[in-house]
Design a protein around this ligand. Structure first.
Ligand SMILES: C[S@@+](CC[C@H](N)C(=O)[O-])C[C@H]1O[C@@H](n2cnc3c(N)ncnc32)[C@H](O)[C@@H]1O
Length: 234
């Protein structure tokens, strides 16, 4: 059995049992193969935008003898993927903005209430903002450590719920202020926001907009920091 890193392992944990999953940007198809070999999925569609990763995926799938249960498709996002029977979609290892763009182009994700597993490498806040503003709910979110980096894995679903979110929540999403790794991730978010804000306020040619944006970043960073410090004190 393939030994997945903690990032992809957490993605696999969020996949529903006995489903049919699409792994978007599959690259090596490690996750796709794991989902079949572990018995989690009956069928997986492994797709990628580029031919060369898809060739790697095909080779790996062949080596594992999984050609009858993993279909490979050359596709930009989900453009060439049939929605038939799809229960789960995993989009991992890409930027948050690209993940949001792929979801926004795929209307059947909403109709079928597909279980989404999203793992942004950058700009996770842009992805959360997209989800909040477009009727998706974050069911669960967990921080994971892989090598020396810490990432977030988001489990979401369309719920037609356009509830107002607090501004700081696009940086904290569904993370748990009490869970150790989530706290580490949130601490980094808070420090980044405060430092970015201070940097903006220090710049010599700053417009009113930059001052407003700098102050807002500091405010949000402090809210997250206060929430971290106040755990267990309420
Ligand atoms: C860094 S790899 C991530 C591989 C794997 N999902 C993981 O998380 O380890 C990103 C993969 O996404 C693919 N990719 C980038 N943009 C894509 C798009 N619009 N649609 C499908 N695949 C895409 C790339 O070709 C590449 O193989």
């Amino acid at each position: 059995m393939i030994n997945l890193d903690s990032r992809l392992k957490q993605c696999a944990e969020f996949v529903s049992n006995n489903g049919c999953a699409v792994d978007v940007g599959t690259d090596h198809a490690y996750l796709a193969s794991y989902l079949i070999l572990s018995g989690k999925c009956k069928r997986v569609v492994a797709c990628d935008l580029r031919k060369s990763p898809l060739e790697n995926a095909k080779r790996h799938i062949c080596d594992e003898g999984l050609e009858d249960r993993i279909q490979t498709v050359l596709s930009d996002g989900l453009d060439n993927i049939s929605s038939d029977g799809v229960t789960d979609i995993i989009i991992a290892g890409m930027g948050g903005e690209l993940i949001a763009e792929i979801i926004s182009k795929t209307e059947w994700i909403k109709k079928q209430k597909v279980n989404l597993i999203l793992q942004p490498m950058t700009k996770a806040h842009d992805l959360r903002k997209y989800l909040f503003q477009n009727g998706f709910s974050i069911k669960c979110e967990k921080a994971v450590k892989s090598e020396k980096f810490i990432y977030s894995v988001i489990n979401a679903e369309y719920s037609d719920n356009y509830k107002n979110h607090e501004d700081y929540e696009i940086y904290s999403g569904g993370l748990d202020f009490q869970r150790e790794l989530d706290r580490e991730y949130l601490q980094i978010q808070s420090e980044r926001l405060i430092n970015a804000g201070k940097g903006m306020l220090k710049s010599e040619k700053k417009s009113a907009n930059i001052i407003r944006e700098g102050n807002e970043k500091i405010r949000l960073g402090k809210i997250i920091s206060d929430k971290l410090n106040n755990v267990g004190k309420d």
